[in-house]
Ligand binder design. Structure first.
Ligand SMILES: Nc1ncnc2c1ncn2[C@@H]1O[C@H](COP(=O)(O)OP(=O)(O)O)[C@@H](O)[C@H]1O
Ligand SMILES: [Mg+2]
Length: 346
């Protein structure tokens, strides 16, 4: 039997982990798995998996499927029952490779975590819908706006009194302002041009762009994992996305503070319903005041801004661009520390 201390690191994980050895016996389960299944490890470790779990047909089918294809299999809502205890419903991933000394590994999550993902999907769908609505609206507003501006210009030529021009100028200027807002609502629909991109070159570009426009009291520190491989992406789009996120941070810090660009490898990440064994995480961290509580649920919706003179288009555009590059963006914010994390598959 393998010593449990080997797997001590699993014990701090919030997801349940259960390992089955080459001989078909349970060799280890972490405390999250004990809690989920409702049985202590001492009762299960050393017992044959087949005898304990064999009657859970859906689970067995998932394990068989993983073995046959030699790939990771995830079942989202699986009943598991052991030793006559009431069944629990879990979301279960079976890993057959990358599991030294064991025949397979089960990763178990309570179903509410799946609901959380479903809720995120729901929010994403709403954001998508509201963006689509705005795009259509912007499209409809653009044409008559051109007509209004043109008519105001013609009218201006016909005016007999110079003092009346003030009014036509208001019409023209406001039409121009609306026009540029509409343009910005309409832009992001370019098909990405994918190539191999070094994320650190992207970050360095953003850094120098930002430093050029940033007050002296703000510094940008780098904390890069330079061993990360290149990713397949559209570098212009990534620059735009990171710039939008980082610029918000600079603006929030109001002239004084520190920004950190951090890159790391991330393991076992679910991006848009697909699980990736390896992904890249880019954190943009600031020590400003944090995102106002009332805005937190909404900042990825278009036209939501907490800033005087803000358009509320920066983050929705960043999110669209990141999604076009198969990535995801999320954030965690409290006063003194806001982290926006961008994930990309490797
Ligand atoms: N790092 C940050 N710290 C504090 N607030 C932030 C941060 N990033 C974004 N926000 C909030 O999210 C809002 C929306 O950002 P964005 O979509 O870029 O629109 P805009 O910058 O035009 O307001 C900002 O107005 C700000 O209130
Ligand atoms: Mg912004």
């Amino acid at each position: 039997m393998v010593s449990n201390t080997l797997y001590a690191a699993y014990d701090v994980l919030p997801t349940g982990v259960l390992l089955v050895g080459d001989d078909g016996h349970v060799i280890y389960l972490n405390s999250a798995a004990e809690t989920l299944i409702g049985l202590s490890g001492t009762l299960l470790v050393g017992q044959p998996f087949e005898g304990l779990f064999g009657h859970n047909t859906e689970l067995v089918a998932a394990i068989n499927a993983a073995r046959e294809t030699n790939e990771t299999v995830t079942e989202h809502d699986l009943p598991i029952q052991v030793n006559g205890h009431p069944p629990v419903r879990v979301s279960c991933t079976v890993l057959v490779h990358d599991c030294p000394g064991c025949s397979f590994l089960l990763e178990l999550r309570p179903v509410d975590q799946r609901l959380r993902i479903a809720r995120q999907e729901n929010i994403r769908a709403q954001q998508e819908a509201s963006r689509e609505l705005l795009r259509n609206l912007a499209h409809e507003i653009k044409n008559p706006l051109g007509g209004i501006r043109g008519a105001a210009q013609l009218l201006e030529h016909e005016l007999s009194r110079e003092s009346l021009r003030e009014y036509t100028q208001v019409i023209i200027k406001e039409a121009d302002r609306l026009q540029s807002l509409m343009e910005r609502l309409l832009t992001p629909h370019r098909i990405p041009k994918m190539s191999l991109v070094n994320i650190h070159e992207v970050l360095e570009r953003v850094r120098s762009l930002l430093l050029a426009e940033t007050p002296r009291g703000i510094s940008i520190r780098r904390d890069y994992d330079i061993s990360l491989p290149e990713i397949k992406a559209d570098s212009e789009q990534l620059i735009q996305a990171v710039l939008n996120v980082a610029r918000n941070a600079v603006q929030a810090m109001k002239g004084e503070g520190e920004l950190i660009f951090r890159t790391r490898a991330a393991r076992q990440v679910t991006l848009g319903n697909r699980r990736h064994r390896l992904a890249m995480r880019v954190d943009i961290i600031d020590n400003g005041p944090g995102i106002p509580e009332a805005l937190r649920e909404q900042i990825f919706f278009p036209l939501v801004s907490g800033r005087e003179g803000g358009s509320g288009l920066g983050l929705p555009l960043a999110q669209t661009l990141i999604a076009q590059n198969n990535g995801e963006i999320e954030f965690d914010s409290m006063p003194g520390q806001t982290v926006f994390s961008l994930y990309f598959p490797i």
